[in-house]
Structures are given as C-alpha cells and as structure tokens.
Design a protein around this ligand. Structure first.
Ligand SMILES: NC(=O)C1=CN([C@@H]2O[C@H](COP(=O)(O)OP(=O)(O)OC[C@H]3O[C@@H](n4cnc5c(N)ncnc54)[C@H](OP(=O)(O)O)[C@@H]3O)[C@@H](O)[C@H]2O)C=CC1
Ligand SMILES: C[C@H]1O[C@H](OP(=O)(O)OP(=O)(O)OC[C@H]2O[C@@H](n3cnc4c(=O)[nH]c(N)nc43)[C@H](O)[C@@H]2O)[C@@H](O)[C@@H](O)C1=O
Length: 317
C-alpha cells in the first residue's frame, strides 16, 4: 500500500501528549502546520477503559492516530512492576487500535521499543531479528506487550487493509522526560543525581551496574521528526527501527553527564543493580533508505535536556 498524502487539516489524535514522546510529537506537528490536533490527558480519558476509548473515537472520529501513551519506565520499574507493564500496555494498545479501526481512522502509528528484540540479537539489530531468541528478562513483560502491538497492527493490515504502522525507537531522552530517582531511564536519572550531588556538595554519585552495557540514545525531537516522517511516507507491514546509529557505554554516559552538569566529585558503581541487556544498537538502515536520519548529537542533546530540567523541574520546585 503506497502512502496517501497526509491532510494536515484532518483530526489527528496524539495519545500520551503529556509524556516525553507525545509532547515532542505535538510540537513537531504544530511546527508543520497540523491544524486539528486532538489531545486528552490521562484523567480526561483513561485509555485502559475500553468503553471510554470507544466513546471518544465514536464522538471525534480521529482521521490519524499517533499512539504515544503507554506504561513506561527504566530497568528498575520494568523489573519491579511486571504485571503493570504487561497489562496496562496490552489494554491501551488493544483499545486504541480496535477503536481506531472500528471508527474509520485512516492511519495509525504504534510506538514500540528496541527491547522487543532478543537479548543476544545480532548487532546492529535488523528488523527481522524479531522473535528469533529469548528476551532480556528485566523487561520481557513490557516487550511481550510491545511485540503484541506490532502483531496487532500487522493483523489488522492483513485482514482489513487498515493502515497501521509501527516504529521501534531506541532509548530516548529530552525535554519532558521522567526524572524519577528510581523509576526513570538512565539518562534523566543521572542528570538529576549529578545535579543534586553538585548543589548539595556530595562527594560521590552512585551509578547502577557495571558501567559496561552499551546503549544507543536518540533525542526525542529526532524521534518526533521520524514519527511524522513515517506517518507521511511509510505504509507497509514491517515495523521500522528508529535510532541514532551511535552507542556509548553507561560509563561513558556517566562521564558525559558529569561533565555537562559540571560535577566535580567521584563516580561509584553499585554492582548489586542489574545491567540489563549488554548491547542494543539498532540497524536503522531501512529508515535511512526511505530518507530519514537523526540530527542531534548526544552532547548537544544532553546540554539541551539539562537546561530544560533546570528551567522546568528545579526552578518549579
Ligand atoms: N522513553 C524511552 O526511552 C522510550 C519510549 N518508547 C515508547 O514511546 C512511547 C512513549 O513513551 P514516553 O513518552 O517515554 O513515556 P511517558 O511515560 O513519558 O509518557 C507516556 C504518556 O502516556 C500516558 N498514559 C499512560 N497510561 C495512560 C492511560 N491509561 N490513559 C491515558 N494516558 C496514559 C501518560 O500519562 P500520565 O503520565 O498522566 O500517566 C503519559 O502522558 C511508549 O510507547 C514507549 O514504549 C520507546 C523506546 C524508548
Ligand atoms: C528504553 C528501554 O529502557 C529499559 O531498558 P534499559 O535500556 O536497560 O534502560 P535504563 O535506561 O533503565 O538502563 C540502562 C542502563 O543504565 C544503567 N543505569 C545506571 N544507573 C542507572 C540509574 O540511575 N537509573 C537507571 N534507570 N539505569 C541506570 C542500568 O543498570 C542499565 O544498564 C527497558 O526497561 C525498557 O523500558 C526499554 O525499552
């Protein structure tokens, strides 16, 4: 199915607009002149409640849907709340995909994650590594939900010609991230921990694990750009990896954050905390072949995120 031209005046529902990804996607859509963006907060529309989702779709008939609402967290949250991660994500995505189809949504984009791939997938990880080996145990519950989301999009395309596509982002960061000390991802967690150690004159900062795992980071503005690019240019069965192509060790990341925050103390490693998957660099050559690549460097992205954190979290306390 070739993509049909996008109508920027048709109603587009961005689910999860108060989160890291949804917030950036809305900014991107607004900058491109999308004029009819539908938004609902979690308290206005709980996407785990099927009847509420169906009523919303019936009343507003979104022409396009970007599904950026999910139960999301870092390695500790995924490991601690497996029931929440599998149940809430299956509920949200099932409700949104089925109601979108039922109420004639023209196109839907589902967001998964690089954790869908086997723990020991070939590196960089191509899209066809999906379901070729066991998952990383710390996030397999979330991964199973995300894999089900990809498969639902494919099933609806095959059976009903519903134009549902899936994007698989690598580890993301940027403005509006979750800076919770335990439940967030590594990058916002370290920005906060180094900042608090600096202002409180603490001599050491504890970082989890061995520092050896490698991660690929993508600024959320790049992801938002890729999401809109895929909505406008991609209408096929297979999911699409979205990465920066650059990886760093957690040790290198910690040094970089320390530098950006200008913290002068020492880093101490807590080996009782899990490392998670050793490496997950994605092969994003498919997206590159369609014409998209990342622009924001990790150093610039970190500076931008720290600035946002100071202005919007620290200064609001
Ligand atoms: N962050 C990352 O590193 C990565 C994220 N992704 C994917 O990108 C997508 C967005 O993630 P991200 O922006 O980081 O996550 P966030 O946690 O920042 O945002 C998720 C949003 O979903 C909303 N939400 C959660 N549950 C419900 C619900 N039951 N009803 C309505 N809204 C709900 C949240 O609202 P509230 O806060 O009020 O609950 C929040 O606004 C997810 O699908 C995630 O899997 C993929 C790879 C990496
Ligand atoms: C995006 C992806 O995110 C999750 O997977 P993850 O990549 O393992 O994510 P993470 O950011 O939490 O950790 C990355 C690495 O960093 C180390 N680490 C050090 N110090 C802290 C720290 O203070 N906090 C955290 N969270 N990690 C730390 C940590 O031990 C690990 O080695 C999935 O659950 C799933 O949600 C998913 O799809």
């Amino acid at each position: 199915m070739d993509p049909t031209p996008i109508d920027r005046f048709a109603p587009i529902f961005v689910a999860g607009h108060r989160g890291l990804v949804g917030f950036a996607v809305v900014r991107k859509l607004q900058s491109l002149g999308y004029a009819n963006i539908l938004l609902r907060t979690h308290s206005e529309l709980d996407l785990t409640i099927q009847s509420a989702v169906d009523d919303f779709f019936g009343a507003h008939k979104p022409y396009y849907v970007i599904l950026a609402a999910a139960k999301v967290g870092g390695i500790h949250a995924n490991n601690t709340y497996p029931a929440d991660f599998i149940t809430i994500n299956l509920q949200i995505q099932t409700n949104v995909i089925t109601s979108a189809f039922k109420h004639n949504t023209k196109k839907l984009l589902f967001l998964g994650s690089s954790c869908i791939y086997p723990k020991f997938a070939p590196q960089p990880i191509p899209e066809n590594s999906l379901l070729t080996g066991p998952l990383e145990p710390t996030n397999e519950w979330y991964a199973i939900a995300k894999i089900s989301g990809i498969k639902m999009c494919q099933a609806f395309r095959l059976q009903h010609s519903f134009d549902a596509i899936s994007a698989m982002p690598t580890n993301l960061y940027g403005p509006n991230d979750n800076f919770h000390p335990e439940n967030s991802h590594v990058l916002p967690a370290l920005l906060r921990r180094f900042h608090e150690a600096k202002v409180n004159n603490v001599a050491e900062v504890v970082v989890w694990g061995s520092g050896k795992p490698l991660r690929e980071f993508l600024h959320v503005d790049d992801l938002a750009d890729a999401v809109v690019f895929l909505m406008e240019n991609y209408s096929w069965l297979e999911h699409v990896n979205v990465g920066s192509g650059k990886e760093v060790s957690i040790k290198e990341l910690a040094e970089l954050v320390k530098d950006v925050v200008d913290y002068k103390g020492e880093i101490v490693w807590d080996s009782s905390k899990p490392d998670g998957t050793p490496r997950k660099l994605m092969d994003s050559s498919k997206l590159a072949a369609i014409g998209w690549k990342a622009k924001v460097s990790l150093k610039e992205g970190l500076k931008d995120t720290y600035k946002w954190y100071l202005e919007n979290v620290v200064n609001q306390q």
